[in-house]
Design a protein around this ligand. Structure first.
Ligand code: AMP
Ligand code: ZN
Length: 476
């Protein structure tokens, strides 16, 4: 497998540290609100990466954190804690709020058919590990104390910013957005960042802990260094995030982990480009965001959104529109119709030649996770099936390979899972069919609408019909 590595800015051959098991860490959500579909694009792309690695025969140990404390509204270690601020607004405890949005997040990713990471770890459960790592950094002389906390001295880490490539000089001079805001004059260097922040004197925080330096809470970056080391070791294979995390978050993770452990931290950095809306980055702070609930309320199946993500390479920006989503919903319904029609076809003995679609599919994924191309290959196979449907017959040798092939594609795509049609819907569809046969078209139409409103569509053939799941709520 070849993957683009942000560290080298090149597509590289992927070679895991242990030949069998890939160790993958992906930065998780900050649970102060619902995830928006930009966040969810990123989580879906990580899922696609993981599934492609699994398809290649690797075991994947996947760890994802939940940021439930310490992510401030400004990247420059000033501003408020997002969780505490949101809890105050909602008049809830910070703990309950974080728990609630974690639950919503887990539901969202489940609906997108994202395989849960084996380890999902909360920052607030790992304060001790973070303190231990800060102490290590302190012993090695990488920290200093100022009025509001313990800071990391970036001048002590000569390779600071290597993840930034050509942007490094700009970052070191403070010209990149991450370092922009309200420079704290007590800091020694512009990019120095908080490892531990003291609780404010004038206000009681809900989430705070004792530490060797005083009561306070961890800086945002230290949680990922501490938890990835705990579960994956000092040195592991892949670390993922959205491109906005390259600086300062991942840059600072490298500085912390490599200084604390005196070892290389991560071999491959996998960064997902942004989801845009009206050609601007979707973000909470801009207020231009949609959640998965918004898509569902408009009648869309989350899997249509998954299909949209699959169709766009993870390193390209993707501008979201509802028109596009509608196109993917329709495509998904077409896939359903084709796949559900195959078992109904007459089988013939003549043999047909079938290209090696599975191999082509794997090769696309191995080429820097080209899910767009992989989906095209899958669509070509669907076209082949549609030809058989048109003829009403399918060669037995093709059908024998068919189910295995579909399951192969679906291991990565995750869009074709079997679903059971409820008995009630089946009965309604049968009743409608009988009405239609008897020429009672008005009654038949009424039932069709009822079935539609219950989330299913009836597809008519001359002497039969099919029921599929409705992927969006336009009646065609
Ligand atoms: P957060 O919940 O803010 O910590 O973000 C969770 C993840 O979503 C991070 O890896 C971000 O880089 C990523 N992310 C944020 N906004 C977008 C976006 N518009 N498109 C894609 N990924 C995003
Ligand atoms: Zn992180």
């Amino acid at each position: 497998m070849r993957l683009f590595n942000t560290l080298s800015r090149r597509v590289e051959e992927f070679v895991p540290i242990n030949s069998k098991e890939v160790r993958l860490y992906s930065c998780g959500p900050t649970v102060y609100d619902f995830a928006h579909i930009g966040n969810l694009r990123y989580f879906t792309n990580v899922d696609l990466l993981k599934r492609a690695l699994l398809l290649e025969g690797y075991d994947v140990k996947h760890v994802m954190n939940i940021t439930d404390v310490g992510h401030l509204t400004s990247d420059a270690d000033t501003g408020e804690d997002k969780i505490e601020r949101s809890a105050e607004k909602a008049r809830m405890s910070a703990w309950d709020l974080a728990k609630m949005y974690t639950q919503y997040f887990l539901e969202d990713i489940k609906e997108l058919n994202i395989i849960y990471p084996q380890i999902i770890c909360k920052a607030t459960d790992h304060i001790k590990e973070m303190i231990d790592m800060i102490r290590k950094l302190e012993e090695k002389g990488f920290t200093y104390r100022i009025g509001d906390g313990i800071y990391y001295d970036t001048s002590k880490f000569p390779s600071y910013g290597e993840l930034l490539g050509k942007e490094r000089e700009k970052a070191l001079s403070g010209a990149l957005p991450g370092a922009r805001v309200e420079f704290n004059p007590e800091k020694r260097n512009i990019n120095d960042f908080a490892l531990w922040k003291f609780s404010p004197k004038d206000k009681k925080r809900q989430m705070e802990w004792d530490s060797p330096w005083g009561v306070g809470f961890p800086g945002w970056h230290i949680e990922c260094s501490a938890m990835s080391t705990k579960y994956l070791g000092n040195h592991f294979d892949i670390h993922a995030g959205g491109v906005d995390l390259i600086f300062p978050h991942h840059t600072n993770e490298i500085a912390q982990s490599e200084a604390a452990n005196s070892e290389k931290f991560v071999n491959y950095w996998f960064h997902v480009e942004h989801l845009l809306i009206n050609n601007k980055k979707m973000s909470k702070s801009e207020g231009n965001y949609l959640t998965l609930r918004d898509l569902k309320n408009k009648g869309f199946d989350p899997i249509a959104f998954r299909l949209m993500i699959i169709d766009h390479h993870y390193r390209n920006k993707l501008n979201f529109t509802f028109e596009k989503l509608e196109k993917y919903a329709t495509t998904l319904e077409r896939f359903d119709i084709t796949l559900k029609t195959i078992p109904l076809l007459e089988e013939t003995n003549e043999e047909d030649y079938l290209e090696d679609y599975a191999l082509a599919f794997n090769n696309a994924l191995k080429d820097d996770l080209d899910t767009h191309k992989a989906l095209q290959i899958f669509s070509k196979y669907i076209d082949v099936l549609n030809d058989y449907i048109f003829k009403g017959r399918i060669p037995r040798n093709i059908k024998q390979k068919h189910f295995q092939l579909i399951s192969h594609f679906n291991k990565v795509l995750g869009i074709l899972d079997e679903y059971a049609i409820p008995e009630e819907i089946k009965a309604l569809a049968e009743k409608r069919y009988q009405h239609k046969k008897a020429g009672l078209l008005e009654e038949a139409d009424k039932i069709r609408e009822e079935v539609f409103n219950k989330g299913y569509k009836i597809i008519d053939y001359s002497n039969s019909y099919l029921i599929i799941k409705r992927r969006y709520n336009e009646l065609h």
